[in-house]
Design a protein around this ligand. Sequence first.
Ligand SMILES: Nc1ncnc2c1ncn2[C@@H]1O[C@H](COP(=O)(O)OP(=O)(O)OP(=O)(O)O)[C@@H](O)[C@H]1O
Ligand SMILES: [Mg+2]
Length: 263
Amino acid sequence: MSLIRFSNVGKSYDTQSGRRVPALRGFELELKRGEFFCLLGPSGCGKTTILSLLAGFEAPTTGEILLDGEPISGTSRDRGVVFQGDNSLYSWLTALENIEFGLRLRRLPRKIYRPKAMEYLRLVGLDGQQDKYPAELSGGMKQRIQVARALANQPKILLMDEPFGALDAQTRATMQRELRQIWRATEASIFFITHDIDEAITLGSRVGIMSAGPGGTLQQVIEIEMGDERSRSDLTYVDYYARIERAVGHEVNRAGKRIQEPV
Ligand SMILES: Nc1ncnc2c1ncn2[C@@H]1O[C@H](COP(=O)(O)OP(=O)(O)OP(=O)(O)O)[C@@H](O)[C@H]1O
Ligand SMILES: [Mg+2]
């Protein structure tokens, strides 16, 4: 059985001006256990909407999302979320306390949660930084703590919405490498949203491409059949890039045309 199954999922929002706008239409996808799925698409096509439905922050307008065969209803620790930017950490808690926050909510004893949190702190390469507060950490470190905090709950799937978008190119490349290593080490299932083609090819076992919004849907899925070493100069890589760029470029053009169309 697939881990997650989207069937004809749609979402519309009522805007403040009283109009109803479609954010997502007829979205169909099956996510396999243990896969690293990257979702790519132009701005406004509904990527964050999908993540928010998957996380259970809001309910779909049409269709259903099943997790292990059960409809998703509300948030749960079986889905860990890592957002864009680095503002979601608790500023009054240290790095370690942030990571163990979810474990403490589950009323686990300290002798269980402390070593577990330390294990995840080490996994994201932050050994020695445990007593620092978020304000004393760099953007990359804060993102690592978000990842560690989500993983510490041992979710069935990790949901990430452009988590490295605000980082400089160097830190971003390091984080991508580390995330793939963590994925290998933990056999986690990851659903990762990005609008960066390189990031999708570097990370994903499959890349889903959305059609342009408003009211976007899944256009195609490309399987990335490459090992862990993914070099941009590799011919296979260049091929994937060209293929994905064509698909995305086509959608961006469509979105641009729609914006120019008179209403
Ligand atoms: N709460 C809301 N109320 C009204 N419209 C919304 C709301 N959230 C999203 N939308 C609309 O739904 C569409 C999809 O938004 P969404 O945030 O999912 O796009 P996205 O693909 O994540 O874009 P980006 O790449 O810019 O982050 C957009 O047209 C957006 O304006
Ligand atoms: Mg978004």
